[in-house]
Design a protein around this ligand. Structure first.
Ligand code: AHR
Length: 306
């Protein structure tokens, strides 16, 4: 059996079930829906878990409060997809003091790594590098005005996707003329893109780098409303490779997508079980990402799981 929580806090959920509190970011994107589903499936009663799910609507303070509730409930383990990187030291220390292991999934934190057991997710910096390398190869030798739709300010993917991309296009003729957060949402991407189009005009923007597909999809709406053709008049690169993004890519409205795999549930659940069993786990588990041109997207679309 497991070491944590059999008995005293077993509640009515069946005596062997592992109680887990999962603090999700919110429901900002198609990626997030797929990730939530993957987590709920993996942390099901069939698999030996009793899951308490919290989605914090992208409010960092609310997410920390949810984690504190899980500590007070005395769950066996806590899983967090941290909205932002900073601000975790205190509550992670509280979990540690309460002997409740924490496993991070998806996003990372800046807190010392002895405050959590393990992390599983994607290499956001590498995603940025892959997007930037493709941009450099395709647009890096002609004057290219680029605008950036950033993810949630302070989040690991927004920070690292920006860094990786910037590094890859350094020394090319791609110029970042503006960069603003669209909060990883479709509405956010649309609103920010509308502002960019007003400020620079359709002719003043050659390339959009969107930190996720949803913001790219919002930008497509804004570009079309401005009477231009997305993917042609204004090129678009994004990250995630969720279904709607891949369909827009196949439609040539997006030009290139770097994947970010949301199916982390099974891995996270395995790590939680190992940690509670006292088995040694790695501090970080990286899942690898692919990338897609429209042609490549058309080949794989039928076999995509999200
Ligand atoms: O942390 C992963 C990012 O969060 C995804 O790329 C984005 O779509 C989501 O909201």
């Amino acid at each position: 059996g497991t070491s944590g929580g059999d008995g005293a806090d077993g509640g009515d959920g069946g005596d062997e079930l592992i109680t887990v509190g999962f603090a999700q970011t919110g429901s900002e994107s198609g990626w997030r829906s797929a990730n939530t589903e993957s987590m709920k499936t993996a942390f099901s009663e069939e698999n030996g878990f009793k899951l308490t799910f919290n989605a914090a609507d992208n409010d960092p303070a609310a997410q920390i409060a949810a984690v504190r509730d899980f500590i007070n409930q005395g769950v066996d383990a806590i899983v967090i997809a941290p909205i932002v990187e900073d601000g975790w030291d205190d509550v992670l220390q509280e979990a540690k003091d309460a002997d409740i292991p924490v496993v991070l999934e998806d996003r990372t934190v800046t807190a010392p790594d002895d405050l959590y057991a393990s992390w599983v997710g994607l290499d956001f910096r590498q995603e940025g590098v892959m997007a930037g390398e493709w941009a450099a190869e395709n647009f890096g030798s002609e004057a290219t005005n680029m605008v950036v739709l950033e993810g949630t300010t302070g989040s690991a993917p927004a920070n690292e996707r920006a860094e990786g991309f910037d590094e890859a296009v350094e020394g090319t003729s791609i110029e970042k003329i503006d960069s603003q957060t669209g909060d990883f949402t479709r509405d956010g991407g649309k609103t920010v893109m509308e502002g960019f189009l007003q400020k620079y005009g359709v002719d003043g923007i050659d390339l959009v780098y969107a930190h996720n597909d949803d913001m790219a999809l919002g930008a497509i709406e804004a570009i079309e409303a401005a009477g231009a053709t997305p993917g042609e008049d204004i090129k678009i690169i994004s990250i995630d490779a969720v279904k709607d993004g891949m369909l827009a890519l196949i439609d040539n409205k997006i030009n290139f997508i770097v994947e970010c795999n949301p199916l982390l549930g099974e891995l996270a659940a395995g790590i939680v079980k190992d940690v509670l069993a006292g088995d040694t786990v790695e501090k970080t588990y990286f899942v690898t990402d692919e990338s897609f041109t429209p042609e490549q997207a058309a080949e794989v679309i039928d076999s995509r799981l999200y």
